[in-house]
Structures are given as C-alpha cells and as structure tokens.
Design a protein around this ligand. Structure first.
Ligand code: SF4
Length: 272
C-alpha cells in the first residue's frame, strides 16, 4: 500500500475529457456564442483555420461549466418550470446559429436564460455594475430568435459562481441593443463576403480577448504586416502558413489577397 504506480486520477480525467472532445465543422455558420467577440477571430474560425490546442486545464474548466448548465436545467425541469432547453436556433440572414440554455414559464410569462458559469470574483464586478457586453449580445440574439415563439418573453443572464453556486440574474431589453447587434452582424457579413480578414484588435496581443483567444497563433502567423497601409491576407484551409513562406509568395500566389487596414472599432463606427 502507499505506492501509486504512477497512477493519477487527474490523468484519467484529462484523458476522458480529451476522448469526449468532438471535432466540429465550424465553417458553415457563425456562432451566437461568439457575439460581441473579435471579428477577426470569427472570420478565421469560419475560414477553417486551426485553433490553438486546448490545454487540459481549459478542458476541465469547460467541463465544470457544462456541469453547472446541466444542474440548473435539471433543477428547472424537476421543479416544473422548464419549457425548452438546448434548442438550436438559426438566423439565416447572417448565417448565424446557436443553442440556447433554457426557456421557462412562470405563470403566464416566459423567461429565456443564458447561463454563464463564472469565478466568484466576478460577483464583485457585477455588483459594481460591470456586465459583459458580449454576454448581453449573445442573450439578446437568442431572444430575438425566440420572441415570436414564446410570448411574452423576457431575457435574463444568469451568472453562476463555480465556487459556491451563488447566483445573480439580470434582465436586458432587446430594443436598447438592437442597433449594436445589427451593426456587428453587418460588419461580419461584409468581411465574410469579401473573404478577407478584419484587422487585429487595437490591443493585440495583450488585451484580455487576445490572451484567451484560441486563434491567436493563426492571427499572428497568417498575415505579415506590410507597412502601415495594407496587409497581405493569405488563407490556407485547415492550417497556418508560416510568415517566412508568406514573405516569399508573390501576388499571383493562390489565395492571396490584399485588404485595407482599418481598426475594428473604426469599422463599427463607419457602419453604425
Ligand atoms: S488574437 Fe486578438 S486580434 Fe487576433 S483573432 Fe484573437 S482576439 Fe482577434
């Protein structure tokens, strides 16, 4: 007794989570769960660039999030509130799809919930009034796609603490965010139609979104900077072209494009 023979339960968990991972085709649609996030990341994803590999720690974090979702959904079902969960919705005009968390019925009203599993520290920021704009947009796109099915419908974000199941819920009005949602989707459609990559974020690579971006390597490597005015855009489905190779390519190289550089924020202003 006492010898562990190199066995580790964490190893078994990591192996299990790796086995559960599904390879998805991310090139047919944009995703509602990416609303409010970097446009360049979303175009890279849909173009078929490879994401950076998930670390075992991140897989465990995602697994905990899924457990929280399942717990809340099951609880709502057992208590008789749940009307629908994990329903798939589409917004064909923008080639956008997603899966909402839960719609419940309370008396004669429906409430749509988008569940966000967060660190307990998050509650401190929430109390200070800082809500996540990308979460709000995601919730309200689901709301827009469900409001004709469930009437009257209210939209709420549900923050659940990973540490102690502490819960905070906030309601949001679609009308206040509608223009912003359409501006973002118009911009996304614009870049997709042109098959060009939007510029990097102004705070690349140290901004919070870049730090956690799964397409950081693709973003960094796929497009070498060319002066301050233009960027060469070359795509290779399912892979990343190394900068030294790109530098040797001529304008006649298959797949190479040139785009004007604008910042993502200035683009939003332009179409707003
Ligand atoms: S690394 Fe930053 S700029 Fe590049 S795709 Fe990701 S979020 Fe966007």
């Amino acid at each position: 007794m006492g010898e562990n023979n190199g066995f580790s339960l964490i190893g078994v968990i990591d192996e299990y989570l790796e086995e559960q991972r599904e390879e998805r085709d991310r090139t047919k649609y944009f995703y509602i769960s990416d609303m409010g996030k970097c446009l360049r990341m979303r175009i890279l994803k849909r173009m078929g660039y490879q994401p950076d590999p998930l670390t075992p720690r991140l897989r465990r974090i995602f697994a905990v999030g899924e457990m929280h979702h399942a717990f809340i959904q099951e609880l709502l079902e057992k208590k008789g509130y749940l009307v629908e969960k994990e329903g798939e919705v589409y917004w064909e005009d923008f080639e956008l799809k997603g899966r909402f968390d839960a719609v419940i019925k309370v008396e004669d009203k429906y409430i749509l919930y988008d569940i966000k599993s967060v660190h307990s520290r998050k509650f401190h920021y929430l109390e200070n009034g800082e809500k996540d704009s990308h979460y709000i947009k995601q919730l309200l796109v689901y709301y827009k796609l469900l409001r004709s099915k469930y009437q009257p419908l209210e939209a709420r974000l549900l923050y659940v603490s990973k540490d102690d199941l502490c819960i905070a819920e906030y309601g949001f009005s679609y009308n206040k965010y509608e223009m912003n949602i359409y501006s973002e989707l118009d911009a996304l459609r614009h870049w997709w139609k042109r098959q060009e990559l939007p510029p990097r974020k102004d705070d690349f690579p140290n901004g919070w979104e870049c730090k956690f971006c799964f397409y950081k390597t693709a973003c960094k490597n796929s497009i070498p900077q060319e002066e301050n005015i233009t960027e060469q855009i070359t795509k290779q489905k399912g892979g990343i072209i190394q900068p030294d190779k790109l530098n040797k390519m001529t304008s006649a190289t298959k797949g190479e494009k040139v785009a004007k550089v604008t910042s993502q924020s200035s683009w939003f202003q332009k179409i707003a």
